[in-house]
Design a protein around this ligand. Structure first.
Ligand SMILES: [Ca+2]
Length: 116
């Protein structure tokens, strides 16, 4: 009986943890030009160097779909950085239309980390 209960609790816990992990996975679309124009880069995991994905020093606008991400000025997460989130940007919409919303650094960022 106790074993059965323990298994039930464990099953519920695993189900809960899996759903939380899925719900909080951060993702964003990066754009080469202002106002979500030009080439795009979809991000849902860390990218250590935008040179590898032909997006180095290109970023001008962002739409964050979920969670929080950090952009870094150099490859391998070099500083300075700026944090962007789904509840940040214009009217807390997760939209960042130009570099004024990205620490004032246009065509500058070179790596990104997904924070949660
Ligand atoms: Ca650009």
């Amino acid at each position: 009986m106790l074993k059965k209960l323990a298994c039930l609790v464990l099953t519920v816990l695993i189900t809960f943890c899996t759903s939380v992990a899925t719900a909080h996975a951060a993702s964003a679309t990066l754009y080469q030009d202002n106002n979500y124009a030009g080439g795009t880069l979809e991000v849902d995991s860390d990218i250590s160097c935008f040179v590898d994905v032909s997006f180095n020093d290109e970023l001008s606008s962002v739409k964050v779909h979920n969670g929080t991400l950090t952009l870094f000025s150099d490859c391998n997460y070099g500083q300075p950085s700026v944090t962007i989130s789904a509840d940040g940007g214009v009217n807390s919409s997760g939209n960042y239309p130009n570099a004024d919303w990205l620490g004032g650094r246009n065509d500058y960022y070179s790596s990104i980390k997904v924070n949660n």
